[in-house]
Design a protein around this ligand. Structure first.
Ligand SMILES: Cc1cc2nc3c(=O)[nH]c(=O)nc-3n(C[C@H](O)[C@H](O)[C@H](O)COP(=O)(O)OP(=O)(O)OC[C@H]3O[C@@H](n4cnc5c(N)ncnc54)[C@H](O)[C@@H]3O)c2cc1C
Length: 431
């Protein structure tokens, strides 16, 4: 397994040697060398992108160093064992400030705007698997945005601050066995008793669930209107009555733990509710925006890397007397995918730019999630093909192929994204 990663990581160097050999005979080769290797480093020219500055580039460089030192060397082991040392890694991330880039300074965050979180997550796309970026994404952009925006000061001090510091791991409980795409259909209940809520029900597919210290839980708190009868409640995972299943075995995202979480007469104070009672559905839909933009921006790195690794591999691999890459069907296909990638980049950066100016970007965020998931799957499939047998055995290609399949399902399936886009286009059938 490790061998393939080594191979792909050494490929640029191998390629460099190949290029130097040919340098004297062909200036064309020099251009190729520049083309293939340019995207491996965080480029200064990124600061020319509409939403990025020199500060974003500096942040990305530092994150890349962190990934190379603290994450990528251990990915093989974590994928193999089906889990990662959450508290240890999150503490390191917290110490570096990476769990609170766009969180308020008073709770330990860096207080930067959302574009810095996007720069961070674009860089996390360079992690050698999807499971770890997903675990970090849950902490930064799935279970904490509503708490940050609508939670009381006490709630933020108790749960947000230690999560930014990396002392606590959080998770999100929205989906249930009978309610995934149809969030409004959840049945987990929180019933008032004195100053408390008594919670009963269960949540399905809880990422980080086996290691988490608290869950941001969507529960029905009273009333018939399914969009106005829900609240988001923070539940400490060590509360009596909370239990989790053993982690599921999954197609991909193997280093990330996914469990079912059960609530059996769990008592939490009502002051652990985020914001107003009955607004949980609205808060959660709002929280989904960050998650969907993060999904879109991570795809930029994943797809860029797949294309680049494949250009390198197919250049070094010869068949029928020439590099595979010299077949037009291959270099044209990579050019098509690169074009799709740039189209996605424009969409994502535009959405972020508008988001920073306070616009409603629900439609663009849904498009970014939809397009990102589909492009990642398409690229993983195409690139794996060009790696042939080397793509099918364990390594970057096969792992990415497995991991990105989730992107069209989790956090709102493609069809749910299409439904939202249709709503904004006003093309949904009127009932
Ligand atoms: C690895 C993993 C991690 C996850 N992490 C979390 C987490 O941390 N917290 C959490 O709350 N949830 C989590 N989820 C749940 C995830 O968000 C749901 O799986 C997702 O929302 C889809 O719900 P579902 O699986 O119930 O699919 P269903 O709702 O059963 O839908 C099945 C399929 O039907 C199609 N479909 C759905 N609606 C429509 C429609 N209106 N029109 C046409 N077709 C449609 C789609 O293709 C969809 O994939 C995770 C899931 C996985 C697999």
């Amino acid at each position: 397994m490790a061998g393939i990663f080594k191979t792909s990581r050494y490929l640029p160097r191998t390629f460099n040697i190949l290029s130097k050999r040919n340098l004297t005979s062909s200036s064309n080769t020099l251009q190729r060398s520049r083309l293939f290797e340019s995207n491996y480093e965080v480029q200064d020219s990124l600061a020319d992108e509409s939403v990025f500055t020199e500060d974003h580039v500096e942040l990305r460089r530092n994150i890349r160093k962190f990934i190379d030192k603290e994450i990528n060397p251990y990915v093989e082991e974590w994928e193999e064992q089906g889990s990662f040392p959450g508290h240890e890694l999150f503490k390191k991330l917290g110490n570096a400030g990476y769990l609170g880039v766009n969180k308020p300074v008073e709770y330990g965050g860096m207080g930067l705007d959302f574009s810095y979180a996007m720069a961070l997550h674009e860089e996390f796309g360079m992690i050698d698997c999807g499971g770890i970026p997903m675990a970090i994404g849950v902490q930064c952009d799935m279970c904490t945005p509503a708490l940050t925006n609508f939670g009381s000061d006490e709630l933020r001090k108790t749960f947000l601050a230690p999560s930014i510091a990396g002392d606590f791991i959080g998770c999100l409980g929205v989906s249930e066995v009978g309610a995934g795409s149809d969030v409004a259909a959840i049945t987990t209940n929180a019933v008032k008793k004195g100053d408390d809520y008594v919670i009963n029900g269960s949540k399905m597919w809880t990422t980080n669930g086996s290691q988490a210290d608290w869950i941001c839980l969507l529960a029905n708190t009273g009333g018939d209107n399914p969009h106005m009868n829900k609240s988001l409640i923070i539940v400490p995972m060590n509360s009596p009555g909370v239990s989790t299943s053993t982690p599921f075995k999954k197609l991909g995202m193997r280093s990330s733990d996914t469990v079912q979480t059960f609530f059996d007469n769990v008592v939490v104070p009502q002051k652990y509710r985020i914001g107003d009672e009955g607004k949980g559905f609205f808060y959660q839909m709002n929280q989904f925006q960050d998650e969907r933009l993060v999904a879109g921006v991570q795809v930029l790195s994943i797809v860029g890397r797949l294309i680049q690794e494949t250009a390198n591999y197919t250049y070094s691999r010869k068949a029928f007397g020439q590099p595979l890459l010299d077949n037009q069907v291959i270099h044209f296909r990579l050019a098509e995918l690169e074009t799709e990638l740039e189209a996605l980049r424009s969409l994502v950066y535009r959405a972020v730019g508008l988001y920073l100016k306070g616009h409603d970007v629900t439609k663009l965020a849904s498009m970014a999630k939809l397009k990102g998931g589909r492009l990642a799957r398409e690229t993983a499939d195409a690139c794996l093909q060009y790696w042939g047998g080397m793509g099918y055995i364990d390594g970057l290609m096969s792992r990415t192929f497995r991991d990105v399949r989730l992107l069209s399902i989790g956090g709102g399936a493609d069809e749910v994204m299409l439904g939202i886009i249709c709503k904004y286009m006003d093309t949904l059938p009127r009932k």
